[in-house]
Design a protein around this ligand. Structure first.
Ligand SMILES: [Zn+2]
Ligand SMILES: [Zn+2]
Length: 387
């Protein structure tokens, strides 16, 4: 079964929605225009219920099938937010907002799920209920978590959830997925070394924080090379080094290091946090200073559930003739919060040979629309076959 013919017919219309959103990107929870547009379309499609303001600017639509003999409810989720990047695509529908851009293709995700919602509202060829979920603030804001915290799963009786992300470098409309840990937990650390500042020509009268911080950055690399089991994944990247002095002849009183940790399991996450604290305390003590470590836990590991992943792969194969095994992704994804609350699966759909997501020249590939929409619709029709 290839892509659904209805989506080939709808492709131009869905593309127009996508490009309109691309031209009007909104960041984090500020998706006011996008959320209003989504809600308006869902109402026009004839959704049985449209709820706004869930997780601040999230929107939920409910579509009931022709029958409901088993009380099944499936959630389909798309993200709506853009990134604080200045677009450099030169497209005629490029962002009209300087410094904001749909550089992760969430415009495409939202348009595809709207397309699926339109089709499902028209046909209702399933036995159960579909809940379409449009969330803000995927890019670091935890919008998915806010929607869950707002009681979305309980309020709409969602039993399973599915999500999708476009993926540059994969053939357009092809699919890839993996069971278990898929996207990394994304944490941040903030370390402040405190010593004794002074004249750079009199180092013996100071406690030099730059030496401490430099040693600590090198030692942090031993978490991956010496503490972690080599077959596990962990990234520790120190990305900012700031001293309290701007002068060439002053040893700074204080140095602040910032960075990120990416892990694929709870054990590795705990290990990384513990070792960062131990290493910094140890290095600071060695040189006579102190270290204060703040470790902030961001998105958890996104874990695909076994059974739903197998089903999602089978559906993908029915749409595009096959489904590859996806590699692990060390980036984060806040669909992780929804998968912590309900079983489900997250899949990648090929975006073709484009710039990578988060690049100023990236653009969502509209040719992926028929395959993406078909996957959504088939998830519903195959999981809740018409009675
Ligand atoms: Zn992104
Ligand atoms: Zn994204």
């Amino acid at each position: 079964m290839p892509v659904k013919n209805r989506f080939a017919e709808l492709q131009d219309e869905i593309t127009a929605w996508r490009r309109d959103m691309h031209e009007n990107p909104e960041i984090l929870f500020e998706t006011h225009r996008t959320s209003a547009l989504v809600a308006e379309k869902l109402r026009a499609f004839g959704c049985d219920e449209v709820a706004t303001g869930i997780g601040r600017t999230g929107v939920v639509g409910v579509i009931k099938g022709k029958t409901d003999s088993k009380g099944k409810v499936i959630g389909l989720r798309a993200d709506m937010d853009a990134l604080p990047i200045h677009e450099q695509t030169g497209l005629d529908y490029a962002s009209k907002t300087p410094g904001a851009m749909h550089a992760c293709g969430h415009d495409g995700h939202t348009a595809m799920l709207l397309g699926a919602a339109k089709y499902l509202s028209e046909t209702r060829n399933f036995d159960g209920t579909v809940v379409v979920i449009f969330q803000p603030a995927e890019e670091g804001g935890g919008g998915g978590k806010e929607m869950c915290d707002d009681g979305m799963m309980e309020r709409f009786g969602i039993q399973e959830v599915y999500g999708m992300h476009n993926w540059p470098g994969r053939p357009v409309g092809s699919f890839a997925i993996r069971p278990g840990a898929f996207f990394a937990a994304t944490d941040q650390f903030d370390i402040t070394f405190e010593g004794k500042g002074g004249h750079a020509a009199k180092p013996h009268e100071t406690v030099d924080t730059t030496v401490m911080a430099a040693q600590a950055i090198l030692a942090l690399q031993t978490i991956a090379s010496r503490n972690a089991d080599p077959i596990d994944q962990v990234v520790v990247s120190a990305t900012s080094f700031e001293t309290s002095s701007k002068a060439f002849n002053v040893i700074p009183q204080r140095v602040q290091i910032k960075g990120t940790v990416r892990t694929m399991s709870k054990d590795m996450r705990d290990l990384a946090e513990r070792r960062i604290k131990d290493i910094c305390a140890g290095v600071a003590a060695t040189y006579g200073g102190t270290a204060e470590v703040t470790y902030h836990r961001g998105y958890p590991v996104m874990v695909n559930h076994e059974e739903q992943t197998e089903f999602a792969a089978k559906v993908a194969a029915s749409v595009s003739g096959g489904c590859d095994e996806a590699p692990l992704v060390m980036g984060g994804e806040d669909f992780a919060f929804m998968l912590e609350e309900r079983p489900g699966a997250y899949i990648l759909v090929g975006n073709g040979n484009t710039a990578m997501v988060h690049h100023p020249e990236y653009n969502f590939n509209d040719e992926a629309i028929p395959a993406g929409c078909s996957w959504w619709a088939e998830i519903v029709e195959q999981r809740m076959p018409a009675a």
